[in-house]
Write a protein that binds this ligand. Structure first.
Ligand SMILES: Cc1cc2nc3c(=O)[nH]c(=O)nc-3n(C[C@H](O)[C@H](O)[C@H](O)COP(=O)(O)OP(=O)(O)OC[C@H]3O[C@@H](n4cnc5c(N)ncnc54)[C@H](O)[C@@H]3O)c2cc1C
Length: 487
């Protein structure tokens, strides 16, 4: 999830949203620690990631008494602003974009500063014999040419990307395809395909797991073109994602209780009882479960979750394997992006700003990220001369409160599961980035689904019109479509 957009520009460091005043939100005034007085609320929201924080704020604005229960000792969930070697880093979600209307509106609402990464000065791409260095514009113009046919027809099967089922008749037959299936259909030349599997492996984690329709959904949301698709990871919050989480919390002021993993959710006589692992029980008229689909399996629901929900949590929505690393590389010290083909220990890495640590992603289970020697070797597979001085890593799959990274659907999950698992179960509702109708797997999708769970309106702008660079796939022909669905 590193942006290539700045590579297509000449401007270098840009400051987006300079009209937005730089301000750090006030410390949240929510209550932390055990709720000793009333343990009865209008609504209990379980999970203080961006979905849960948003839902809690919206309900507070409606005058409800809201308890927000969070398992960890911090809010933010799969966003986590931290430091490494004196630099502010994001261990989870980092980048935002104007094409993502919900998160962008929140940044504007709280006047949070937004900065753009400077982007790479050079790009390493895999070849059949190793790696070759390119000028960024050259490298990503070629990537655009390679990826555009991959999404052929997406204007037809995702004509309104925030209403993904608009053309379910066209979508359903395609939803069986994995990213691997689509690469195979197109039979790219080997020297071209290895340039694409950095992307498909990272998101699909691995390529054969991820659904073609998930990547195509993002392509559609980004305006059905490569510039939008590759650019959505360019801008960051100047004060970190924690500034957004804190701002939403401070605005909503729900009662927040940290360190409270929920063990069971029981519905009795129109009320819902929520019990933590330590045995504390809270009750409410309704509960919003704002935890990842992947962790549903570890919470005891009564009545039990329906089959579709049990299938989804067993299969997983949040990707397995993904680890995000921040590397202190002595050499090289310039700004670069290096993309590696599937099977490498590191899928993509890059230094996006002067003197910043290198951010890297691994989806290879064979890499022991606790071993300095292995991480060093992984870097040297791509850059033989590199010297690793130190690093820090976050393994989201190993984290019991996420059990995976960002959402990325598998084949059939969109058309066969998505609507069913988004439905309330009695007085219990579900939300999270997994359940977004738009930007699933992104902060935007988490906020969108939190709004929906609280009954607040969501946004569904038309994606930007195709650009004039000729990078937009043509409307799919009947013949092409039939070959995609295997007829
Ligand atoms: C490595 C990585 C990179 C990413 N990069 C980007 C990016 O660049 N841009 C972007 O927009 N998005 C990115 N994302 C995705 C983004 O971070 C998520 O989509 C978003 O943060 C999900 O928010 P959420 O509220 O749905 O879920 P979460 O943030 O997971 O929140 C769920 C909360 O529920 C809590 N919880 C879990 N179980 C229990 C329980 N039993 N009891 C109580 N609480 C519980 C968790 O602790 C957590 O706080 C990235 C994610 C990862 C992991």
């Amino acid at each position: 999830m590193i942006s290539r957009r700045t590579a297509l520009r000449t401007g270098g460091l840009a400051l987006a949203g300079t009209a937005l005043a730089a301000s750090i939100p006030a410390v949240a005034e929510a209550t932390e620690g055990p709720v000793t007085a009333a343990r009865t609320f209008d609504t209990i929201v379980v999970g203080a990631g961006l979905a849960g924080l948003t839902a809690a704020r919206e309900l507070r604005k409606q005058g409800r008494q809201v308890l927000l229960l969070e398992a960890r000792d911090r809010i933010g969930g799969r966003t986590w602003t931290d430091t490494f070697n004196g630099y502010e880093i994001e261990r989870g979600g980092a980048w935002v974009d104007p094409r993502q209307p919900h998160v962008w509106r929140e940044l504007s609402r709280y006047a949070l500063p937004i900065i753009a990464d400077a982007g790479p000065e050079r790009v390493l791409m895999p070849t059949l014999t190793g790696f070759a260095e390119y000028d960024p514009v050259e490298a990503y113009t070629r990537q655009g040419e390679l990826f555009t046919p991959f999404f052929e027809g997406s204007r037809d099967y995702f004509p309104s990307p925030y209403q993904p089922f608009t053309r379910e008749d066209l979508l359903a037959p395609l939803d069986r395809l994995s990213l691997r299936d689509r690469l195979d259909q197109l039979a790219y030349a080997p020297q071209d395909e290895i340039r694409m599997t950095s992307t498909t492996a990272l998101y699909g984690s691995p390529t054969k797991r991820g659904a073609m329709t998930q990547l195509a959904h993002w392509w559609a949301l980004a305006g059905w073109n490569y510039e939008g698709f590759s650019g959505v990871n360019t801008y960051r919050m100047g004060n970190g994602t924690a500034s957004l989480a804190n701002a939403i919390l401070a605005d909503g002021k729900p009662q927040l209780v940290l360190n409270s993993p929920v063990a069971s959710v029981t519905q009795v006589n129109g009320r819902v009882k929520v019990t933590t692992r330590t045995g504390v029980t809270y009750t409410a008229a309704e509960v919003i479960m704002a935890v990842p689909v992947n962790v549903w399996k570890n919470i005891a629901f009564s009545p039990a979750l329906p089959t579709a929900n049990r299938t989804a949590t067993a299969q997983g929505y949040g990707v397995p394997r993904q680890k995000k690393l921040w590397l202190d590389l002595a050499d090289p010290s310039d700004r670069f992006i290096a993309e590696a083909p599937e099977g490498y220990s590191i899928t993509i890495m890059g230094r996006m700003n002067e003197n910043a640590p290198v951010v890297a992603f691994s989806v290879n289970p064979a890499l022991d990220v606790t071993s300095h020697a292995q991480v060093q070797a992984a870097v040297r597979e791509i850059m033989p001369g590199a010297t690793l001085r130190g690093y820090t890593v976050t393994n989201w799959e190993a984290d019991e409160f996420s059990l995976g990274g960002p959402a990325f659907r598998q084949p059939f999950q969109l058309t066969k599961l998505h609507r069913a698992i988004s439905r309330p179960l009695g007085q219990v509702k579900f939300c999270g980035d997994d359940l977004a109708l738009g930007w699933g797997g992104y902060m935007d999708g988490a906020i969108e689904s939190g709004l929906r769970a609280a009954g607040s309106p969501t946004l569904s702008p038309s994606p930007q019109a195709p650009n004039s660079r000729g990078l937009v796939g043509p409307a799919v022909s009947r013949r092409t479509y039939r070959s995609m669905i295997g007829l």
